[in-house]
Design a protein around this ligand. Structure first.
Ligand code: SF4
Length: 91
């Protein structure tokens, strides 16, 4: 598994930043190593991503699960085995 999947702080504001990963690059940290990321709000890459998304839209049951998770303030674990609360515990 790739070690640095998550977008870095400099990725904020990029339309390809999906929160947990970059829509286009597998290693966002590496892309910023030598200056500005070539994909930062790159219209061509955004268009490619949207075309790819249109070819493979998310399934209805997945959308339904996401709505339920949002209403319960939980998120599905990446493996899909358990649910992780996104609420911070107050002591
Ligand atoms: S395209 Fe570049 S700036 Fe945008 S999220 Fe990916 S790594 Fe970050």
């Amino acid at each position: 598994m790739e070690k640095w999947l998550k977008p870095v702080r400099k990725c904020s504001g990029c339309k390809l930043n999906l929160g947990e990963r970059c829509a286009f690059f597998s290693n966002p940290r590496e892309k910023w190593r030598h200056g500005l990321c070539p994909g930062y709000n790159n219209e061509e890459l955004i268009k490619k991503y949207e075309e790819e998304l249109a070819k493979h839209p998310p399934k209805e049951d997945k959308i339904q699960r996401q709505k339920v998770a949002e209403s319960r303030h939980t998120a599905e674990h990446q493996t899909g085995k358990s649910k992780v609360s996104t609420l911070r515990s107050v002591h």
